[in-house]
Design a binder for this molecule. Sequence first.
Ligand code: TRH
Length: 377
Amino acid sequence: MDRALQWDIFCKVIDNHGDLGVCWRLCADLASRGQQVRLWVDDASALSWMAPVDREGLTVLPWTEPLGINLLRLDARPCDVLIEAFGCDIAPEFLAECVRQEDAGQPRPVWINLEYLSAEPYVERCHGLPSRVYSGPASGWTKWFFYPGFTPSTGGLLREEGLLEKQAGFDRKSWLDAQGIEWSGEKLVSMFCYEPPALAALLPQLAQHGWYGQPVRLLVAAGRAGNAVKAVVNDQIGLFSSQDGHSLLSISYLPLISQLEFDHLLWTCDLNFVRGEDSVVRALWAGKPLVWQIYPQEDNAHLRKLQAFLAMLEAPSSLQLFHAAWNGRDGEMSPLDPDAWAACVESASMRLQKQDDLTTQLLRFESQARDTANQHQ
Ligand code: TRH
């Protein structure tokens, strides 16, 4: 793939930060590979802290309803690839404009639906399937399903070029100093979660037993995680001291930081608690023991997804039990055992690094989908 294409990526922020977090990473990665990208998003406010620096080749546009004057950008540069992130339904006036441009002789854009990440077996079956569109302005067009995933038969995982080399040269002491975090060698644990009920058991456990008896510092992400930790601390203030009145747990609350710094946080810590979709992938690349709080779904579909992830990870039984409690499925909070959890994350990370990353695959997929479309025209 050597030709710069115009990508239009549509993103709706449902809740939390993952939809925008994943879309931004993809856009930035495409732009860094010479592609032209427009990100249409209904609420870009989180980018002020998540991605404070502009990227060459990447324009963020408001997804207003209707799109209004920004639609004129298609005249300046027609769309080559249209990405509907997480089934968000592209703005109909955008599609209508693409159809008008096709009638005027422009090539039809390749239309890709980027799905959520899962390790479940259906992902391999569904990845890359075409689906005919039967309604709306682009009725009769084809939409392609692109599934991220953990095996070579899926769309892979986002991993920018040079990421692992950057991690290898990273100095955590300097990073901690820059964040104003005093560190005297205690074990470092990041905490990015929703409101897991088991947090009320984990924090006293850390206060009393630490990391196999050593002191622990918890680095808590801003937002829901910070609020959840503060609520437990306020509720159980007396529990945070061991019998001699000395707690092994200290806590640092972080402000909202950029995605770049969020990666640094994960590289810094000896154990990472992550959640949702994007941070769990970043924690895999960090290669440290991890605990995942999956985004909860109403019909408990997330529990199957969690099981599939743990199977992919080849998680030992103690890590599976810990996840069951952490995700509110069942069981008491088992003891933290990061030494027993390290090997599976390390080897999954190494295995996954051997696979093509998502952006490489998407570029290839787009070109194959275009060839297929040309053959049928
Ligand atoms: O915020 P999340 O829980 O997002 C979730 C999931 O993506 C879920 O699948 C989706 O359905 C739901 O949102 C709507 O967790 P996730 O996916 O890890 O996204 C968090 C993003 O926020 C990630 O890109 C990292 C970024 N982040 C920062 O850059 N700095 C910060 O300080 C924090 C706290 C997060």
